[in-house]
Every structure is written in structure tokens, then in C-alpha cells.
Design a protein around this ligand. Structure first.
Ligand code: MLC
Ligand code: AMP
Length: 491
């Protein structure tokens, strides 16, 4: 095996988080230093703002209310909500209570949520709407509003006590990521890995207390949660928060912000408005989670928006980034972030090999499994090439992962559901190229299923982004001599 190290990037390095060994300690330091500073601003109703002192008090009260309900440090608490100010306060309160946060998409189906419940064993689930379809067995279910009321009552009764102290190696967050075998597994981040992941971004992107992030990413993925929200709080900065993406709203918020983080589908839609030049007022626009097409990068650059592309994974947080100062190269994801080492494994004659990463932001492993991730080289499954000056370009994937709108879809998971339909003899799911979505989920089906009931089956079992956008009936799936489906022939 030949492993070639990728040279480290060069970063401004002016900013580090406030002192603290865990994110909640760092946040508390930031909030105490500038108690009047606005931290969270509702993007839809700008007058709804939470300043640092209020956020500190409310999240401590949430921690007290959770403890009163028997939630102990190390217990898992599932959080299934949109990114509103009350639901963010609940999420931060979970971390301040010492419990382990398990965020789940609010559009996850009942069976998807129940898989996470069975695996992570949460004692409590916080939701922003009724979920009669989920939680048939398992945790106590509580509304986000109900928790806010309990927190307010706790605060009225007693002065907030000190939040439990956690050690850097303690578990803080479990994010479920689609497994190649079909069932998602939980990547476990410790307080130390979360802190390292945010510290890298503060250093690399010179994230200052004066910064204001326009944040419309979901908070059940590491992009919105760890880079967006946790980065903002560790920097002592602020965020304008939207609970869904809307191109007009983002463009409207740009003048009051300094940074925007998005997935390529968002940039595609922003460019399509013809008014993307409004983003040029921001000091930094970052894209990640899926490849940003170079022609889209150039269209945005022509509008004065020089997007900085970066790369990451649920298991590793962000690991590579184009430089803040210096060339932001279209089609490349840049160089290793501070605290991250990267290498290419077994490159072929054209210099393409699998990307390996290691460093402090890596998760410690998967919940309930023995495989250890931190400390060793982690094989990302992404195939890359490296330019002479160290810039990394993603060339493809070792796995059959489809990325649509920045969400990951494993064909096996969708195929397992569709193949249960009585009219389906065989099915293969692939990603078809799409300018807007990057890839779009397409199912090739052998058989004669009633298509409406096939779509209904998918919608009942799979989150909307996993459901096939098209079903194509064919006579036989293309197979190689070994009988394996040749997906390339279907794309
Ligand atoms: C949805 N639609 C699609 C589609 N998905 N059409 C084709 N292909 C697809 N893949 C259709 C729907 O049917 C619907 O149509 C319409 O598009 C709107 O669908 P939606 O799903 O409601 O989309 P929307 O709300 O517009 O959201 C798009 C989005 C969202 C890009 C804003 O997907 C998003 O927030 N993505 C971010 C994901 C993310 O955060 N990933 C980070 C992973 S972490 P109709 O006809 O019904 O209206 C990670 C690590 C790292 O990867 O490095 O960051
Ligand atoms: P997830 O498992 O949801 O965290 O998704 C991680 C995957 O997203 C990576 O393995 C990559 O395939 C992909 N990804 C993230 N950022 C980029 C990027 N900038 N360019 C291309 N692919 C990316």
C-alpha cells in the first residue's frame, strides 16, 4: 500500500474559541463576556432575537428541567425538529445538561425514527410536532414548547444551578449516517472532537465575534449543526436562523450578514434568481456536502461571489477547505484544515486514490459497535487526485452513495423498501445527473408494479429526499459476468 501525505494548508490562525474543554464551557465563556450581544436572530421575524445572557439563562434552565425529568449526563436525548429559536434552545440545553444529543430529521418517517430509537436508546425525545407514527416503543416524548415551559417554570422557582461538568472524552453527539448495508449507524462525537472541529473553522476562516452567519441549513446534519451553529457560538458570533431554505429570504438577509454556508443545490437556486450579486456583500460564502459544479462556481464568481468550497463527512466533520486568503479553486475542495492530516491511498496510474483523513475532529466510532474511528486513518470512500500544490479534487466515490440536494442516499436502503412491493421482481436505484440536485434518485424496476402504490410505499418508509423521483420499467437489469448489477450502465 502506498500512502501519499497531502501537504497542510496555510490558515490565518488569528481566532481560537474562548477557553474551555467542552463546547458548552466555551459558549458560557462567550456569553458571559458579551451578555448584551445578539446571538440568534429569527430570519423570518428579525425582531425576535436572543441575546447572549438570555441564551445562557434559557439553556441552563432547559438543562435544569431535563435533570428534573430524570435525564442524567450520558443519557441520549433525541431531537427531531426544525431550526427555530425555541428548538435551538432545547438542543443547546440538552448539551449543557451533559446528555448526548441525537438529532434526527423532522421529515424522517416513523420507521426511520424507530431505527434510531432502537439503536441509540434515548430516554427522551424532543419534537416540534406530534408524531403518532413513531416512538411505538421507547422514550418519553416531549414537545419543544412543553420543554420551554418547564424550563421557564424551573427558572422562576430556583436560580439556575451549575450545569454538569463533562470531560473532553465524554460523548456529546450521535449523528446517524446511512450505512452501505442499508441501515444508518450513529457516528459518536465527543466534546473534544466537536471542539476541535469548530476550532479548525475559526482558525481557517478567521471567524470573528463580529460575524453574522445566514443559516438556513438543517440542524440534523453536521454541516448546519457543527459548522454552522456550533461554529457561530464558539466564535462568539451571531446567526440569522431560518427553518427552511428560501432563496429570496437568503438574499434579503445578506445585507445584515457576513457569511453564508450552503449546499450546491442552494447555490444553484440562488444563481437562478439572477440576483446572486446580493451575496457579494458577504465576506464569505462557503459550499459543501456535495460537489459544486465549476460552471456554477464561475457563474457566481461573475456576480462577485467567489465561493469557498470545502469538504467533510459526518464521521470526520470538516477536513479540507479552500483557503480564505489565496486561490479558491473551482472544482477543488482545497487543503487539509488545521488539526487534520490527509493522505491518498493506493493511487492508480492517473494519480487517483482513496482519501484518508485523521485528526482531532474525527468521531470516536459508531454507537454500539466496536470499530474505532479516532486515532487512526479513516478511509472516506471518496476518490481524489491531488495537484502539485496540494489542492485536492474529488473524482468519485468508492461506494454507491447518491448525494441529492446535499442529502446522502444509499441505493441499498431504497432498494430494500421498493423490492417489498408485490409487483417488483428486481430493482436497482441509481443517481441520475441533475443540474439542480447534483444527483436525483431514479429506480430501475423489473416487473409490473402499480406505480402509484410503489410511490406510496416509498413515501411511507423513506424520508422524502430518498424517494425515487422517477421509476423506469425495464426488462432486465444489466449485469456483469459475476451477476453483479452494472449501475454505470443505468446512469
Ligand atoms: C426534492 N425534490 C426533488 C428532489 N428532492 N426533485 C428532484 N430530485 C430531488 N432529489 C422536489 C420535491 O419533490 C419537491 O417537489 C421540491 O423538489 C422541493 O423538495 P424538498 O425536498 O422539499 O426540497 P427543498 O425544501 O426545496 O430543499 C432543498 C434543499 C434541502 C437543498 C434546501 O434539500 C436541504 O436543506 N439540503 C441540505 C442538506 C444538508 O444539510 N446536507 C449536509 C449533510 S452533512 P414538489 O413538486 O413536491 O414541490 C455532510 C458533511 C459535509 O454532507 O461535508 O457537510
Ligand atoms: P455525509 O456522510 O452525509 O456526511 O456525507 C459525506 C460525503 O459528502 C462525503 O463522503 C463526500 O462524498 C460528500 N461531500 C462533502 N463535501 C463535498 C464536496 N465539497 N465535494 C464533493 N463531495 C462532498
Amino acid at each position: 500500500m502506498v500512502r501519499a501525505l497531502i501537504p497542510a494548508g496555510r490558515w490565518p490562525g488569528h481566532r481560537t474559541p474562548a477557553p474551555g474543554r467542552t463546547l458548552p464551557e466555551v459558549w458560557a465563556g462567550r456569553w458571559a463576556a458579551r451578555p448584551d450581544a445578539p446571538v440568534l436572530i429569527d430570519g423570518w421575524e428579525g425582531t425576535r432575537r436572543v441575546d447572549a445572557a438570555t441564551l445562557g439563562a434559557r439553556t441552563a434552565a432547559v438543562a435544569t428541567a431535563l435533570a428534573e425529568r430524570g435525564v442524567a449526563p450520558g443519557d441520549r436525548v433525541l431531537w427531531c425538529a426544525r431550526a427555530t429559536l425555541p428548538s435551538i434552545e432545547a438542543l443547546l440545553g440538552v448539551l449543557r445538561s451533559g446528555a448526548v444529543l441525537v438529532p434526527v430529521s423532522p421529515s424522517a418517517t416513523g420507521p426511520e425514527i424507530d431505527h434510531v430509537v432502537a439503536d441509540a436508546g434515548p430516554v427522551l425525545a424532543l419534537c416540534d410536532r406530534e408524531r403518532p407514527d413513531a416512538f411505538s416503543a421507547g422514550p418519553v416524548v416531549m414537545g419543544v414548547d412543553e420543554l420551554a415551559a418547564a424550563a421557564a417554570a424551573a427558572a422562576a422557582r430556583t436560580a439556575p444551578g451549575a450545569c454538569p461538568i463533562r470531560r473532553p472524552g465524554d460523548d456529546a453527539l450521535i449523528v446517524y449516517t446511512s450505512g452501505t448495508t442499508g441501515k444508518p449507524k450513529g457516528a459518536v462525537h465527543t466534546h473534544a472532537s466537536l471542539l476541535a472541529g469548530t476550532a479548525a473553522l475559526l482558525t481557517a476562516w478567521d471567524w470573528a465575534p463580529e460575524d453574522r452567519l445566514v443559516l438556513c441549513l438543517p440542524l440534523f446534519h453536521v454541516h448546519g449543526l457543527c459548522a454552522g451553529l456550533f461554529g457561530t457560538l464558539a466564535a462568539g458570533a451571531s446567526a440569522v436562523v431560518f427553518d427552511r431554505f428560501d432563496e429570496g429570504a437568503v438574499l434579503g438577509a445578506a445585507p445584515s450578514g457576513t457569511m453564508f454556508f450552503g449546499v450546491p443545490t442552494m447555490y444553484h437556486r440562488l444563481a437562478a434568481t439572477g440576483e446572486a450579486t446580493a451575496l457579494a456583500r458577504l465576506r464569505l460564502c462557503v459550499s459543501g456536502s456535495a460537489p459544486l459544479a465549476p460552471d456554477l462556481w464561475h457563474r457566481l464568481a461573475a456576480d462577485g461571489v467567489v465561493v469557498l468550497e470545502r469538504y467533510g463527512m459526518t464521521e470526520t466533520l470538516l477536513t479540507l477547505s479552500n483557503p480564505l486568503a489565496g486561490e479558491r479553486r473551482p472544482g477543488s475542495v482545497g487543503l487539509p484544515l488545521p488539526g487534520v492530516e490527509a493522505a491518498v491511498d493506493d493511487a492508480d496510474d492517473s494519480g487517483i486514490g482513496e482519501l484518508l483523513v485523521r485528526g482531532a475532529p474525527l468521531c470516536r466510532g459508531y454507537w454500539g459497535r466496536n470499530d474505532v474511528v479516532s486515532g487512526d486513518w479513516f478511509a472516506t470512500g471518496d476518490l481524489v487526485s491531488v495537484a502539485r500544490d496540494g489542492y485536492v479534487t474529488i473524482r468519485g466515490r468508492r461506494t454507491e452513495l447518491i448525494i441529492t440536494g446535499g442529502h446522502n442516499v444509499y441505493p441499498a436502503e431504497v432498494e430494500a423498501v421498493l423490492s417489498r412491493h408485490p409487483g417488483v421482481i428486481e430493482v436497482a436505484v441509481v443517481g441520475a445527473p441533475s443540474a439542480e440536485w447534483g444527483e436525483s434518485v431514479v429506480a430501475y424496476v423489473v416487473g409490473d408494479p402499480d406505480l402509484d402504490s410503489l410511490h406510496e410505499l416509498a413515501a411511507a418508509e423513506l424520508a422524502p429526499f430518498k424517494c425515487p423521483r422517477q421509476v423506469r420499467l425495464i426488462d432486465a437489469l444489466p449485469r456483469n459476468a459475476l451477476g453483479k448489477v452494472v449501475r454505470g450502465d443505468l446512469r
